[in-house]
Design a protein. Structure first.
Length: 229
């Protein structure tokens, strides 16, 4: 391990990737995720070339390529033929991915996302009697979640739709205080799953929240066929 690869492990304790876990590529990917989130490999900077990564982690090129592929799937790197592998901007990362979320929360900056969400949820508790102000904070909450999830397409679609229907009574409705209270319970459940580093739970909590909110706006139980996954 070189000095640029981070602090050396304690004497007599080999690095995790040299203990030959069942899936070496996953272990290498997890370590690279941590290093990228910590800024050891900054946004816009090239990832070390394959030979260097092979030497650093004592693994084959096949393992390194599989690990880099995992980083691509998480949105952390971009691979271009002839240009190597580059760390992408943070806005492109899938921050609700289990490894990325855990590494982000472990850093001081990761707490900023949780702070933003809990601040919005707490503020909405105070605004349940004012559905107009509540709606503004509601949209902000969902925008923070979408922004940190890295799902830029979904965020763009939702923002485009909102620009068209934000003043529509059929879409916005006239929520009563009780409905705002129930809605914010859904927000809190989403926040709690994100804080618990549970992406699957966060996704399920968000789906339930959106489904229930839409049914309320529809004015009754009905058959939410279009909301089935």
């Amino acid at each position: 391990m070189t000095a640029s690869d981070g602090a050396a492990p304690a004497a007599g304790v080999p690095p995790a990737w040299t203990r030959r876990p069942a899936n070496l590529a996953s272990a290498v990917a997890a370590e690279l995720v941590s290093r990228i989130v910590r800024g050891q490999h900054p946004e816009g900077a090239p990832l070390p070339p394959e030979p260097a990564l092979c030497e650093t982690f004592s693994v084959s090129r096949t393992v390194v390529r599989e690990a880099v592929k995992m980083l691509q799937e998480k949105g952390l790197v971009q691979v271009r033929q002839g240009a190597g592998t580059t760390v992408t901007p943070r806005t492109m990362w899938n921050l609700l991915d289990e490894l990325v979320l855990a590494a982000t929360i472990a850093e001081e900056d990761g707490l900023d996302v949780l702070d933003d969400l809990v601040a919005l949820v707490d503020r909405m508790d105070e605004l349940v009697g004012d559905h107009v102000a509540y709606a503004d904070h509601d949209r902000a909450f969902h925008d923070v979640v979408m922004r940190t999830s890295g799902n830029r397409i979904a965020r763009a679609v939702v923002r485009a739709l909102e620009s068209q229907v934000i003043h529509s009574v059929r879409y916005m409705g006239h929520p009563h205080r009780e409905q705002c209270v129930a809605s914010n319970r859904g927000h809190r459940q989403v926040y709690e799953r994100i804080a618990a580093r549970d992406p699957a739970g966060a996704a399920e909590a968000m789906f339930t929240h959106i489904t229930e909110a839409w049914l309320v706006r529809r004015g009754g139980p009905g058959e939410p066929v279009r909301l089935h996954r």
